[in-house]
Design a protein around this ligand. Structure first.
Ligand code: PLP
Length: 364
């Protein structure tokens, strides 16, 4: 028998969340963002459920190849553009659209030998200060690109730093609108948080939802997934492989960080940080046993996690443990709550499920 841990991907939930994004996108077309191996779900496992999107966006050329290998003939966008002049060959061969965020990428295009001009998304830095041309340099970059025979249509994009927070998008949006005022071309601005939280002026021609497709709230804890009508697309489950009875004063795990103050029973679950469960999850982090909510106690180990069984007196050896997502009973533990307890975000937990964890796709 393999270890009982299993990550399950839920196709119906992916389709539901894509529909949800579609409603919020108004008339905009949708880039389904599948970077980081579809936020840890596996591109091949989500593809069928997301193929109602208008295009797929990611950063890794190998991931773009995988989407083409699945038979996708529609648009694919490389969100960070190419990393090397030679990547432009692959863009030509696979018909990939790509972001252009810096002068080096324009130099490479200018030197690229191709019969077929490429579609590019010129990126503006609207305040994030990661990738993109500053507003005052945007027009010059556009003019340079527009003069190249290697370049077909030029679309315009930016990425918000604060769509999920109190600072909002007004300044960034104004900077983008000002810098792109009379330039032709399609526009793409909004990530998940902008699509859900901000006005229709963020929709433009293409939106770029990622995290909403995977059922996590982009602005947790201000709002949770239920508020946004999102459903979990990944459940991480395992089983109890041990049970211990503690007397008051007994300690649990490395460092003896948890001390029982009353008699209690704990379960030992077959999951640990080597599976991607966060080692920073402290005592009190929520977890479901047989669908009943309880808490982690003591330090997370490489291969095991210890759990308070007080609220589930009938649980024992072999009981189902849900680290996030849905239990077999239908009870749901939002990944955002687990992430918050561990001082991170749902994005990181889904992306960090370790290669040793087997995956299954739930049957429809
Ligand atoms: C990751 C990413 C997105 C999607 O962001 P979410 O918060 O997951 O919706 C959109 N645009 C760009 C440029 C990205 O890198």
């Amino acid at each position: 028998m393999p270890r009982p841990i299993l990550a399950t991907v839920h196709p119906a939930a992916l389709r539901h969340n894509l529909d949800r994004a579609r409603r919020a996108a108004l008339d905009a077309r949708i880039w389904a963002v599948v970077k980081a191996n579809a936020y840890g779900h596996g591109i091949e496992r989500v593809f069928d459920s997301l193929r109602a999107a208008d295009g797929f966006a990611m950063l890794d050329l190998a991931e773009a190849e995988r989407v083409r290998a699945l038979g996708w003939r529609g648009p694919i966008l490389l969100l960070e553009g190419v990393f090397d002049a030679r990547d432009l060959e692959l863009c030509s061969r696979l018909d990939l659209w790509h972001a252009v965020h810096c002068d080096a990428q324009i130099d490479w295009l200018a030197a690229h030998k191709t019969q077929v001009p490429q579609r590019v998304f010129l990126k503006m830095n609207s305040g994030m200060n990661r990738l993109g041309f500053a507003p005052e340099r945007f027009r010059a970059a556009w003019t340079r690109l527009n003069a190249l025979p290697q370049v077909d249509e030029i679309s315009l994009m930016t990425h918000f730093s604060d769509a999920d927070g109190p600072r909002g998008v007004a300044d960034a949006l104004a900077a983008f609108e000002h810098a792109t005022q009379d330039l032709p071309g399609e526009r793409s601005i909004a990530n998940s948080a902008a699509v859900l939280r901000h006005g229709p002026q963020t929709r433009a021609d293409w939106v770029r939802p990622g995290i909403v497709l995977y059922g996590s709230a982009p602005d947790f804890p201000a709002h949770d997934a239920a508020h946004w009508q999102l459903r979990p697309t990944m459940s991480l489950r395992t089983r109890l492989i041990g049970v211990q009875t503690l007397q008051p004063g007994a300690t649990v795990g490395y460092g003896s960080s948890f001390v029982a103050d009353v008699p209690m029973t704990i379960g030992v679950a077959a999951v640990g940080y080597a599976d991607g469960y966060p080692r920073h999850a402290p005592t009190g982090t929520p977890v479901l046993v047989d669908g009943v909510r309880t808490r982690v106690v003591g330090r997370v180990s490489m291969d095991m996690v210890t759990i308070d069984l007080t609220p589930v007196p009938n649980a024992g050896f072999g009981s189902e443990v849900t680290l996030w997502g849905s239990a077999s009973t239908g009870a749901v533990l939002p990944i955002d709550e687990v992430a918050q307890a561990a001082g991170t975000v749902g994005y990181e937990l889904m992306c960090a499920v370790a290669p040793r964890v087997p995956f299954a796709v739930e049957a429809d």
